[in-house]
Every structure is written in structure tokens, then in C-alpha cells.
Design a protein around this ligand. Structure first.
Ligand code: NAG
Ligand code: NAG
Length: 522
């Protein structure tokens, strides 16, 4: 089958300028700390390089600053070792490399070469345009036995690719799929706002949009869609807008790229203060280690170290509070037969330990009912309507499984069932009885925030949804924003907190592994 012209050009062009070589030994600077070795022992010790003979960059670590005076919540080591800090300068200034022009790298090609080497696959199964634009052809996709994960960056047509943003994107791809190759493949899923461009039928229009909306270096890892694409896939759903139906395009991605068992959806204004691959691996390891007993009840609240000292104690406190009355397996719905694994008949402390999570989120999964959230009543084509048991988590930065996305896709296709983006994965996971985990990563607040105020503010809901309840300051409510500590927080959906911390990090402050969002630097 002929490949679209853009892809063909990418292959030929890239062959001329790029090398990918693999070293068979780890350098000292790439040694992993103990918390990660168990998750990575099966990975081969290779590093893929963009330029021959040159290291991608040396990761420089140092002892972390002991000066985080701000109050914080979360478990300090869920995203990696909090004593070992990756210097911002080593990551973000490495691109000043005389004799090389980073705009000429073709990042999709480099990643595919690297993955093909790792997984002993032919490069042809990786041509993303080919898979995206044509009906799925099972012959072309070889599903390797190893679980693989895609990272999908959600971008849009007029996103401004400034130098700072380009630097970050190159760093992200390098860390996620070249310095620790094999596990992650990074894609751009590009929302084209003009609904009239016939992206599906018209090769020339697709190609032109690709050239217009995506910098050359990312074109062979970018996939375009518009509302027209989504309407054709999901005609029974009344909503196809990017904000409220963010997962439709991801559902389609998952159907087409079946070789990925899991998909991280990352936003363009997310920044990591530690190696991207290692951070995601740590979050995944935390989720895998969680037991199902009272998991939804833990997911519904913030973990506050000041109160509990350890996450184990927090779990024990929640267990003591709920006993065997927590959610166990799928929550009843008249809408469909749950597809998760049936839970053991007796509640026990072991079920779920070591199992991969179908959903990972970085904010609590709360019960939207009674929150006064602006989307509280947005649920469509479910038999019980607003009476349907639901969960929601703000910030659509998640990892979802192919299985979960498939179930959502099926429900949208067959019955047009939908909720807004923040409640989609969470509610379907709840109703199907799939493992969903809130990773309690470190979130800091402004130094002026008093611990007592914080405690009184963020966990004041009912026991099953403590981070929720009536009008939590975390949400945008029907009465607008409410006073609270979030505007200066390191992770939320708006405010300046994350951007300030990122600036300090870039200027040399040594910070433990954190996710910062939103950082809208230009
Ligand atoms: C780097 O390559 C890009 C794309 O080919 C080109 O536009 C730019 O002028 C080059 N920069 C330098 C400094 O050569
Ligand atoms: C566990 O958490 C409870 C509730 O906050 C607290 O009272 C107790 O001191 C903690 N126990 C330990 C061992 O930290």
C-alpha cells in the first residue's frame, strides 16, 4: 500500500541526516535509583542517539534543596527519589550543540528506529499516518508480547511552537523514548479547529494542514483530527468539542494503534522536574502496588502527610473508617454488563496488588453529585441520568488502558452515552469495576498558605469523597471560582503557581520529582 507523500518524504529525508545507535552499556549518569530498578529490570541497556558519537545529554543530578518551605500534600517519593534532583540546566541547555541543528531532527523517525531496534519490529508497522488515515489493517500491526505505552501530547492547530516550548518538547521525547528506549512512543494528536477540512478523504488537504500546523521536526509523529472526524466516528454523541469530549480522539487513537496497551495523555502546558520516563514509571509502579480494597475511598481524598505521616497509615485509617463497606467491584448500573474482572467474593487485602491500573489520575476522583461543579449534571443517555453513580477528576492528564478506552468507545457508538472529559474515564472505570488509581504526587502551595487553612479547605467532603462535597475550592463551580489555596498550587488547571515554580527550576533551583501544571511559558 502506498504511503502518504509526507511520510515517504520523512523516511527518505531522515535517512540522510540521522543516525540512531545503541550502546550496550549504561553510563553512570543513567543509573537508576533503587525505587525503579524493579520496574525496569527487563529493559535492555540501550540508549538511542540522534547524532552519531554524541550523547543525547548528560543527566546531572544533585542533592535536592532542603528549602521547600511551602506546605505540601502528597507522598514525596511517588514520582521518584525526592533526595536526588535532576538539574534543569542539564536538561534544557543541552541543545546548544555546535554543528547540529535540532530543527532538522525528525523525531518520529528517530523514535521508530529506536523502538524497532528494541522490539525487533520492522519499521513499517510504525508509520503513523498510514495507520491513522486508513481503516485498521490487523496485518500491519504486530503486537509484541511486551506491554507498550504511548504518550499522546494534545496539541492544536495554532499552538505556538516558541523556542522554549520546542526545547521542552525535544527534552520530553528524548527522555521518554530515547534515553530509556523501548517503553514509550510519543505522538502529537493535533486538534484542527476548522471542521470543514476533509482530513479523512482528501490526502492533499491533510498534507497541507500537517505542513501548516505542525513544525517539520514533529510531522512524522503527528496525527490530525477535527470535529468532522469525531462526528463521523460517534454520531450518537451530541458533543464533539475538544474541551468536553477530549477523549474521543484518544479513543480513536487507541483503536488504530492497538500495539499500545496503555496511553498517557499529556497536555502541552505540563512540565516535569525529573526525567519523564522515570517519573511516569514511578507513578505507574505506585498504581500497580495499590490494593483494590477501599481504593475508591482513598482516591476520593487528598493524602496529607502532616496528618498521617505515611501513606500506609493513611490506607489503614481509611480501612478502619470503612471496614468492608467500601466499593468492591463494579458499581451497579442498568446500562451495561460490567466488563472488569469479577472481584473475589470476600473482601480481602490482596486483590489488585500487582495489577496494572486501567486508569491513573493525578487528582482525587470525587463524586460529582452535590459538588455544585459546573458540570455536575452533565451526563447523557444513561438510564438513571444524574442518578448514575459517577466519579470525576479535574485535569485531563491521565493514563488509560486500551480496554477502558474501548469500553467508552463502545458505549458512545452503541448508545451515545457521554459525560464531560473529567468524568469520562473515571465513571466508566467505576461502573465496569476497573482498577483506577489517584497517584498522590507532591503538590505544593504558596508559603503564605497556613496548614490549618489548607486542612480545613481541601478535604471537607463526605467520607466517600472527602476532596469533593459542597463547593470544593478545587472546582470551577456554578458560582464561578471560590477562594482557596489553588491559585498558587504547583498542580491545578489554572493559576500562576506552577509557572513560578518552573521558572525557579529553570533558573537552578533543585526540585524533587514533580508535575507542574499549567506552565504556559512562551
Ligand atoms: C535549522 O533548520 C531549520 C529547518 O530546516 C532552518 O529553518 C533553520 O534556518 C536552521 N537553523 C540554522 C541556525 O541553521
Ligand atoms: C495515623 O494517622 C492518624 C490519623 O491522622 C494519626 O492520628 C496517627 O498518629 C497516625 N499514626 C502514625 C503511626 O503515624
Amino acid at each position: 500500500m502506498p504511503y502518504p507523500p509526507a511520510t515517504r518524504r520523512a523516511i527518505l529525508g531522515a535517512g540522510a541526516v540521522l543516525f540512531v545507535i545503541a550502546l550496550l552499556s549504561y553510563q553512570d549518569s543513567f543509573r537508576l535509583d533503587n525505587s525503579l530498578t524493579s520496574t525496569l529490570t527487563s529493559a535492555k541497556n540501550t540508549i538511542c542517539r540522534v547524532w552519531p558519537g554524541q550523547s543525547l545529554y548528560e543527566e546531572l543530578y544533585d542533592d535536592c534543596d532542603e528549602t521547600i518551605k511551602s506546605p505540601f500534600i502528597g507522598v514525596a517519593d511517588t514520582l521518584g527519589n525526592p533526595q536526588r534532583c535532576l538539574k534543569g540546566s542539564s536538561r534544557l541547555r543541552h541543545q546548544i550543540t555546535p554543528g547540529h541543528n535540532w530543527s532538522e531532527v525528525e523525531w518520529g523517525f528517530v523514535q521508530r528506529q529506536c523502538a524497532a531496534f528494541e522490539h525487533k519490529l520492522s519499521a513499517s508497522e510504525y508509520l503513523p499516518h498510514h495507520i491513522w488515515r486508513r481503516p485498521a489493517d490487523p496485518q500491519t500491526v504486530k503486537i509484541s508480547s511486551e506491554k507498550r505505552t504511548a504518550i499522546v501530547l494534545r496539541t492544536w492547530d495554532d499552538y505556538e511552537y516558541t523556542e522554549k516550548r520546542l526545547t521542552w518538547l525535544r527534552t520530553l521525547i528524548t527522555e521518554a523514548s530515547l534515553q530509556r528506549p523501548g517503553k514509550y512512543q510519543v505522538f502529537f494528536l493535533v486538534n484542527v479547529k476548522d471542521p470543514n477540512i476533509q482530513l479523512e478523504e482528501d490526502d492533499a488537504a491533510y498534507d497541507q494542514a500537517l505542513r501548516q500546523f505542525v513544525p517539520e521536526e514533529f510531522r512524522d509523529m503527528a496525527l490530525l483530527f477535527n470535529e468532522r472526524t469525531l462526528k463521523a466516528w460517534y454520531p450518537l454523541v451530541q458533543e464533539h468539542g475538544a474541551q468536553d469530549q477530549m477523549y474521543q480522539a484518544l479513543q480513536i487513537f487507541s483503536q488504530k494503534f492497538q500495539q499500545y496497551d496503555y496511553i498517557w495523555q499529556l497536555e502541552m502546558d505540563l512540565r516535569f522536574t525529573a526525567n519523564v520516563h522515570d517519573t511516569l514509571q514511578s507513578a505507574t509502579a505506585f498504581a500497580r502496588a495499590q490494593r483494590q480494597r477501599n481504593l475508591w475511598e482513598r482516591n476520593g481524598r487528598f493524602y496529607i502527610p502532616h496528618l498521617y505521616n505515611t501513606y500506609e497509615n493513611f490506607s489503614a485509617v481509611v480501612d478502619a473508617e470503612f471496614g468492608d463497606t467500601g466499593i468492591w467491584g463494579p458499581v451497579q448500573t442498568p446500562d451495561f454488563i460490567p466488563k472488569g474482572i469479577q472481584p473475589p467474593r470476600r473482601v480481602n487485602n490482596h486483590w489488585g496488588i500487582g495489577e496494572e491500573a486501567d486508569l491513573i489520575s493525578f487528582m482525587p476522583m470525587i463524586d460529582p453529585v452535590g459538588t455544585n461543579w459546573v458540570y455536575e449534571n452533565n451526563i447523557y443517555n444513561f438510564e438513571a441520568g444524574a442518578g448514575t453513580p459517577r466519579r470525576a477528576a479535574i485535569v485531563s492528564i491521565t493514563r488509560s488502558s486500551r480496554r477502558l478506552l474501548q469500553l467508552i468507545s463502545d458505549a458512545q457508538l452503541a448508545r451515545g452515552q457521554w459525560l464531560v472529559s473529567e468524568a469520562t474515564l473515571e465513571t466508566f472505570a467505576l461502573l465496569h469495576g476497573l482498577k483506577a488509581v489517584t497517584v498522590p504526587h507532591l503538590i505544593s502551595f504558596s508559603e503564605e498558605t497556613k496548614m490549618e487553612d489548607l486542612l480545613g479547605d481541601i478535604n471537607k467532603g463526605p467520607p466517600h469523597s472527602k476532596a469533593g462535597g459542597d463547593s470544593p475550592s478545587m472546582l470551577y463551580t456554578k458560582n464561578g471560582f471560590l477562594p482557596g489555596p489553588w491559585w498558587e498550587a504547583s498542580y491545578w488547571f489554572t493559576g500562576n503557581g506552577a509557572a513560578k515554580i518552573w521558572d525557579e527550576y529553570v533558573d537552578g533551583k533543585l526540585l524533587p520529582p514533580m508535575l507542574l501544571h499549567p506552565v504556559k511559558e512562551k
